[in-house]
Design a protein around this ligand. Structure first.
Ligand SMILES: [Zn+2]
Length: 275
């Protein structure tokens, strides 16, 4: 009985040692502890594989980086944002960042774990996005990657899948085995989890805050986040932008952004002065 209790406790402890925050609070003040069951390496290798497959497919369809000026514009904006990622986590400066543009009418963009960015031409063209607005959306995506929200969602989904039955079977197993089993689960589902699971409202709020700070520090006007989301909301009617399926949004988001912006303006003004 006593032994069982100790085993249960050790499993619970092993699950919750995964709880830490991935980024420094910096000016945006995001410091929520996160549940991480899968390792950063597991998630990153899954993402890299999926991203490479996407590039290969787009390349064979001749939809990858078709407009040199557009690619240069998106990469230039992204680089300025990435330069400030160390503000939130030093290791991000060593990530193998990649930025590509896919010819696709969907209004969409994403940054996979480890810094693999994709922007769809639909987002640039349909929204007639300004540089500041593109920085708002790319900064928001980079923020999701810095916070490792994809890994967090995959971890939660794996834990739910394993469920209590899984924990019972694993009783007596080492914590490494628990993590390995979760890894096998996630690998079986593949990176489809990354796209299938929407971000939570809390993750969205964090990405908005960190994204705003990245934009401001890189010299892009944080107010563009508001006009960007307004444009996004005006799209589609019965066909809402793809972006909204993984980034649940509502009117409260714009109000929240408007509240956050004043605290970011000094960073923006300082960046502009240095230009
Ligand atoms: Zn988001």
């Amino acid at each position: 009985m006593k032994k069982q209790l100790i085993i249960s406790l050790s499993i619970i402890t092993s699950l919750f040692t995964g709880c830490a925050t991935t980024t420094n609070p910096s000016a945006s003040g995001v410091e929520r502890k996160q549940f991480m069951m899968l390792s950063e390496q597991q998630v990153e290798s899954m993402s890299t594989e999926s991203y490479l497959a996407t590039l290969k497919e787009a390349s064979s369809k001749k939809t990858l980086n078709t407009d040199a000026a557009q690619v240069a514009r998106v990469r230039g904006i992204s680089q300025k944002l990435i330069q400030h990622s160390g503000q939130f986590r030093q290791d991000a400066l060593q990530w193998k960042w990649e930025v590509n543009v896919e010819k696709n009418d969907q209004v969409n963009a994403y940054c996979m774990p480890g810094g693999k960015i994709m922007v769809f031409t639909g987002l640039i063209e349909k929204l007639k996005a300004t540089d500041d607005e593109l920085a708002a959306v790319i900064g928001h995506e980079i923020a999701h990657a810095l916070r490792e929200h994809g890994r967090e969602r995959m971890s939660i989904a794996s834990a739910q899948q394993m469920g209590l039955a899984g924990l019972a079977v694993l009783a007596g197993a080492s914590s490494n085995k628990t993590a390995a089993a979760a890894g096998v689960q996630a690998a079986a589902l593949g990176s489809s989890l990354f796209f299938a699971l929407p971000n939570s409202r809390e993750q969205e709020r964090e990405a908005d805050r960190i994204g705003l700070e990245l934009s401001a520090r890189a010299g892009f006007n944080p107010n563009a986040a508001v006009s960007l989301w307004q444009k996004m909301g005006q799209q589609g009617g019965s066909n809402p932008p793809e972006f909204l399926s993984t980034h649940p949004s509502n009117d409260a988001r714009i109000t929240d952004l408007q509240k956050m912006i004043p605290s970011m303006m000094p960073l923006y003004q300082e960046a502009i002065r240095k230009k």
